[in-house]
Design a binder for this molecule. Structure first.
Ligand SMILES: Nc1nc2c(ncn2[C@@H]2O[C@H](COP(=O)(O)OP(=O)(O)OP(=O)(O)O)[C@@H](O)[C@H]2O)c(=O)[nH]1
Ligand SMILES: [Zn+2]
Length: 191
C-alpha cells in the first residue's frame, strides 16, 4: 500500500534528486515534467501494492461438465522490478493447476501474476507467491508455476550477460508428486 504520508510532490522531489545524481539538470526544459511522469509511472509499475491478488481467485465456476483435467495458462507476459536494483524484470509465467471441483476464470490467473509482479520482487519469491495463492484459495489437487525472465540488472549492467534468463518453478500436490502429472504439466508449459 502507498504510504499516505508520502505525497506526489515528495516523490517528484526524489526523482529530481536522482536526475541530478545522474548528472543532468532537472530544471532544463526537457526534464521539467519528468519527475511528475516518473511518479505516475511508479504508481502503475507498483500497482501490485494496492491489490490482494488472492481476491481475484474467489469467484469460481463449478459447472464444468465433469472436467477434471489440468488447466494451464501459458506465456503470461509480465513486467516486474528486482528488489535489489529497482530495474525491470521482463518475462513470462506459465501457471497450471489440477482442479478439484471448481475452476477460475483464466484472466484471473493472469491478474494474479500481474498483482505479484508489480511489486519489488525476487523471482523465486514471486513464483512461490503465485503458487501459494492458487493453492490456498482454490484448494486444487496440484499447482504448477514456471517463470522465465530476463533481469535487466544482469543484462544491462553489472555482469552484463545479455540474453541470460532465469527459470524458477514451484510445483505442489499431484503436479509435484505424481510423475505422470508432473511430466504432463512440464510438457504443456514447454515453449
Ligand atoms: N536469486 C535472485 N537473485 C537476483 C534476482 N534479481 C537480482 N538478483 C541478484 O541479486 C544480487 C544482488 O547482489 P549484490 O552483490 O548485493 O549487488 P551488486 O553489487 O549490484 O551485484 P552485481 O549485479 O553482481 O553487480 C545480484 O547477484 C543480482 O543478479 C532474483 O530475482 N533472484
Ligand atoms: Zn537487480
Amino acid at each position: 500500500m502507498t504510504k499516505p504520508s508520502i505525497t506526489q510532490a515528495d516523490a517528484e522531489a526524489a526523482v529530481r534528486t536522482l536526475i541530478e545524481w545522474a548528472g543532468d539538470d532537472p530544471n532544463r526544459e526537457g526534464l521539467l515534467e519528468t519527475p511528475a511522469r516518473v511518479a505516475r509511472s511508479y504508481r502503475e509499475l507498483y500497482e501490485g501494492y494496492d491489490v490482494d491478488p488472492r481476491q481475484y481467485l474467489e469467484k469460481t465456476f463449478e459447472e464444468v461438465g465433469g472436467y477434471n483435467q489440468m488447466v494451464v495458462l501459458k506465456d503470461i507476459r509480465f513486467v516486474s522490478a528486482c528488489e535489489h536494483h529497482m530495474l525491470p524484470v521482463v518475462g513470462v509465467a506459465h501457471v497450471g493447476y489440477l482442479p478439484t471441483d471448481r475452476v477460475v476464470g483464466i484472466s484471473k490467473l493472469a491478474r494474479v501474476v500481474r498483482g505479484f509482479a508489480r511489486r519489488l520482487q525476487i523471482q523465486e519469491k514471486m513464483t512461490s507467491e503465485i503458487a501459494l495463492a492458487i493453492e490456498e484459495v482454490l484448494r486444487p489437487q496440484g499447482v504448477g508455476v514456471v517463470i522465465e525472465a530476463e533481469h535487466s540488472c544482469m543484462t544491462l549492467r553489472g555482469v552484463n550477460a545479455p540474453g541470460a534468463s532465469l527459470t524458477t518453478s514451484h510445483l505442489s500436490g499431484v503436479i509435484r508428486d505424481d510423475p505422470r502429472t508432473r511430466e504432463e504439466f512440464l510438457r504443456l508449459t514447454r515453449r
